[in-house]
Design a protein around this ligand. Structure first.
Ligand SMILES: [Zn+2]
Length: 259
């Protein structure tokens, strides 16, 4: 797991699995942990990493309800989870889904966890809205399209945008069964002014980006989605993201927009 400080109050750890990112944000002695690394050893060292950097984690936030972003409770079992109303709804409507997918991943990779993933009721946050941390406020923006749920977190005093599964340098826009290309495009439009002001953008998967690189990915992703809606399977993938795995995601996307 790699950890980088983006600002005195923002540290990002990137998992070796899926390059899933976990962002610690603090103000005045209180910190939130946004999303999570994936591997057991990474979750085990996360509290020490937070401690050494003096991030006192009092709460967990999830950008959306996909299992690989929900593992923070392994690191901070006492911390309550906060998320968008849409995400809390998904956690209720898909009971056990995150646990089943985590178990499938662990079985595939022969990984052992200290116990089953516990996800007690999440606190519903107002999105769009603000969330106090220490002496500052985080700004929450809806971010749906990849899935039906989601939020992006803007850290105004650090000029950092934590955007969930958008603007990834390693993954093309992925539409889950209930995702939507139109909603995805609307989210990109909503994020754009924040990306323009940002010093750093933290995608759900992949290294933190500067504003210029994130804007370049934003326009590639918009072009890809517009082509997907227009020509389906024949849409060209962004040049730097044409691996076999990304072609499989593209084939799924093409099936979804055709349906
Ligand atoms: Zn994800």
């Amino acid at each position: 797991m790699r950890a980088v400080g983006l600002h005195a109050d923002v540290v990002v750890a990137t998992s070796r699995a899926y390059q899933t990112t976990c962002t610690l944000v603090r103000s005045a002695g209180e910190a939130f942990c946004i999303d999570s690394p994936v591997l057991p050893d990474e979750l085990e060292v996360l509290p020490a990493l937070a401690d050494q950097a003096a991030f006192n984690v009092v709460g967990l936030l999830a950008t959306h309800a996909d299992w690989d972003h929900l593992l923070g409770r392994y690191a901070f079992p006492e911390a309550p989870l906060g998320c968008a109303e849409t995400t809390a709804g998904r956690l209720i409507n898909e009971p056990g889904d995150a646990q089943r997918r985590l178990r499938a991943f662990d079985e595939e990779m022969y990984l052992v966890r200290p116990g089953p993933l516990s996800l007690p009721g999440a606190q519903r946050l107002p999105v769009p809205g603000k969330l106090e941390v220490g002496e500052h406020e985080l700004e929450l923006q809806p971010a749906d399209g990849h899935t039906v749920d989601g939020m992006a977190v803007w850290v105004p005093w650090a000029q950092v945008l934590v955007c969930g599964d958008y603007l990834s340098p390693v993954e093309i826009p992925m539409l889950h069964p209930a995702g939507s290309a139109d909603a995805y495009l609307a989210t990109l439009a909503r994020l754009q002014p924040l990306v323009e002001q940002a010093d750093h953008v933290v995608p759900g998967h992949g290294e933190p980006l500067d504003s210029a690189r994130a804007l370049a990915i934003l326009s590639e992703d918009r072009a890809y989605l517009e082509a997907l809606l227009e020509v389906g399977e024949a849409a060209k993938l962004p040049l730097a993201r044409r691996t076999g795995a990304q072609r499989n995601i593209h084939a799924d996307n093409a099936r979804r927009v055709a349906a």
